[in-house]
Design a protein around this ligand. Structure first.
Ligand code: ARG
Length: 588
């Protein structure tokens, strides 16, 4: 299965081959002048260079051969040799029928069940989740959904930060204040006790972190505690388990609210036991060198344009680093899942870190050379002042507070537009939640992930423009039309219904472009291609709806075709929104 332009490329490519020219020159794409033609092929110019002929002569020859085929309603030449192409409505209808019946809507099975690990969580134990964790979760989960749809066997891993010095800071504090027994005695089935502990930790962490900055002694205590945790000493390790369980509870709630899924709930601590044997192997294979008491892997190459520092396995004090756990995590991932790719959806500012880890993993043979390791980085979410998003008071915005703000603004919008008038309080809250999350997610996904973007809640929650709520609104509008049709006893044809004509053509053609948008999103791990496409579909539907009769159409065949087109547009929008992780309310 392919997109319509792929299919046409095949037909036109064959004609090029018949003229002893390369098939690639017959590539057809959607026209950038829709007023002139539906599709275009620009290969005649390159072919002319190859064959040392006049491009118009080549184009003439190709057009002559294409005109005999009943796929095309028009083939002509513009300018120096651009080939303009329109397909017949019958051909378009049949193609639409085919992708509608296809479970991947024409996008094909490129995954072939290959296993992919996706790392897109990275929340840190004992610290409240904040807006910095939002982009990883939203983009990563969408990339997972996209890859799954493409036929990959996907494993999303939350990869918690549960092993670093911040744990040492907190645990040394509990030991100092004599609170060990109180913490170990907490009932982890009691939400209230968990919430109280999280609140305590939220207050404690910045304070202790501040003290560690001020005082070398305090810092040393934290460092020592970190080593003790990592050596699994009592009660250090047990304290970690309680804090971890409480934090995971909060994380699960946050991710559930966002509708973000993970298959694996692992953390840095889970791979600790891989570190020592891994380091032994690396040493035995002469990939590690001692450097001023530390153990490092040099990873720079001659072609480097920028400085790539070595990866540090052990610091001078014997402590392990962020890179060490990432290496050990790759050891585990290779052993347990043997993935074809590992994709990290993590802040762009960590790019150098991943460069080091990937090089070291390949160099040491932890990861086979053919396995793809990718850092799919993302930019910063800024406030309307252009600086990283903060609370009004200038602090770090907690994730739950941000979500609550979005829901509140969504509710205000629903009320303004009188969209929830006949709903009871529960339904209204549910719709406000879906609209709020759609606003956040669409805003986050619709920019190319590497760029920074401005989070402006007023704009993102608008029902007009390129926003999540606009897409929900259009989807719900189609749904209500379909319900109305059924209420009037009009069945929605499931197959053999399309009879595309003038008023339907633009929408129908656009629906055939799904595989193109999808495959761009898949190739670059960039969901914004799908956002852009979804917006175009929603807008095209809006024009279609405004311009032609659907329920009131007298001609039964046309009415059926239009109902099927509406139903397919709805299915398409719902499918894309699902790939973006956006849920659609029944009505609004
Ligand atoms: N916990 C890290 C942070 O807060 C992110 C982890 C990303 N994943 C990874 N495998 N390094 O920055």
């Amino acid at each position: 299965m392919t997109s319509l332009s792929d299919k046409l490329s095949h037909v036109v490519g064959q004609v090029f081959v018949d003229s002893e020219l390369p098939a690639e020159l017959g590539q057809v794409r959607v026209s950038d002048r829709p007023d002139l033609a539906q599709f275009q092929c620009n290969g005649a110019m390159a072919a002319a260079k190859l064959a040392k002929k006049n491009p118009r002569d080549i184009a003439n020859d190709v057009v002559g051969k294409l005109q005999t085929q009943d796929v095309f309603s028009k083939v002509d030449i513009a300018g120096p040799g651009f080939i303009n192409i329109d397909v017949t409505d019958d051909f378009l209808s049949a193609h639409l029928e085919m992708i509608r019946a296809d479970e991947r809507l024409g996008a094909g099975n490129s995954g072939q069940d290959q296993t992919i690990v996706l790392d897109y969580g990275g929340p840190n134990i004992a610290k409240p989740m904040h807006v910095g964790h939002l982009r990883a979760a939203i983009i990563g989960d969408s990339v997972r959904r996209i890859m799954k749809f493409a036929g990959f066997h996907t494993l999303g891993d939350v990869h918690m930060g549960d092993w670093g010095t911040h744990m040492g800071m907190i645990i040394s504090e509990f030991i100092k204040t004599g609170d060990t027994d109180r913490i170990l005695g907490l009932d982890l089935d009691d939400e209230a006790q968990i919430d109280a502990l999280m609140k305590e930790l939220g207050e404690m962490y910045p304070r202790v972190a501040g003290e560690c900055k001020e005082s070398e002694t305090r810092k040393e205590e934290a460092r020592e505690a970190t080593v003790r945790i990592q050596n699994k000493e009592t009660p250090y390790f047990e304290l970690l388990q309680v804090i971890k369980a409480a934090s995971v509870n909060g994380m699960r709630r946050n991710y559930a609210t966002l509708g973000v899924h993970f298959d694996l709930w692992k953390g840095e601590s889970d791979v600790h036991d891989y570190i020592a044997p891994m380091v032994e192997d690396i040493k035995a294979n002469n990939h590690a060198v001692e450097d001023d008491g530390a153990l490092i892997i040099p990873v720079k190459t001659e072609d480097d344009k920028k400085e790539v520092p070595p990866l540090i396995l052990y610091k001078r004090d014997g402590g392990v680093m962020y890179g060490t756990t990432d290496m050990a995590t790759l050891v585990e991932r290779e052993k347990l899942y043997n993935p074809a790719r590992v994709i990290y959806v993590v802040d762009q500012r960590q790019h150098l870190h991943f460069e080091q880890v990937f090089r070291a993993a390949k160099l040491t043979g932890i990861i086979p050379v053919g396995t793809e390791l990718t850092h799919a980085g993302f930019g910063t979410m800024n406030g309307t002042d252009g600086k990283p998003f903060k609370t009004r008071a200038g602090g770090v915005m907690k994730l739950e507070d941000l979500i609550a703000m979005a829901e509140e603004t969504a509710m205000k919008r629903l009320n303004e537009a009188a969209l929830a008038e006949d709903m009871d309080a529960d339904e209204k809250a549910d719709v406000a939640h879906k609209v709020g999350i759609a606003a956040i997610k669409f805003a986050d996904l619709s920019n190319p992930r590497v760029t920074d973007y401005v989070f402006d809640l007023e704009r993102l929650t608008s029902f007009e423009g390129k926003t999540g709520p606009y897409l929900l609104y259009q989807a719900v509008r189609i749904k209500s039309l379909l319900k109305k049709a059924e209420a009037q006893g009009l069945a929605i044809p499931q197959a053999d219904a399309f009879a595309i004509g003038d008023a339907d053509r633009a929408l129908a053609l656009l629906l055939t472009e799904f595989p193109d948008a999808f495959n761009f999103a898949l190739r670059d791990y960039m969901p914004h291609h799908l956002c852009e496409y979804a917006y175009r579909v929603a807008s095209a539907f809006s024009s279609f709806y405004g311009n032609c009769h659907i329920l009131s159409e007298e001609d039964e065949a046309i009415r059926n075709s239009r109902l099927a087109l509406c139903a397919f547009t709805y299915e398409m929008l719902i499918q894309i929104l699902e790939l973006l992780g956006i849920e659609v309310p029944e009505r609004m």
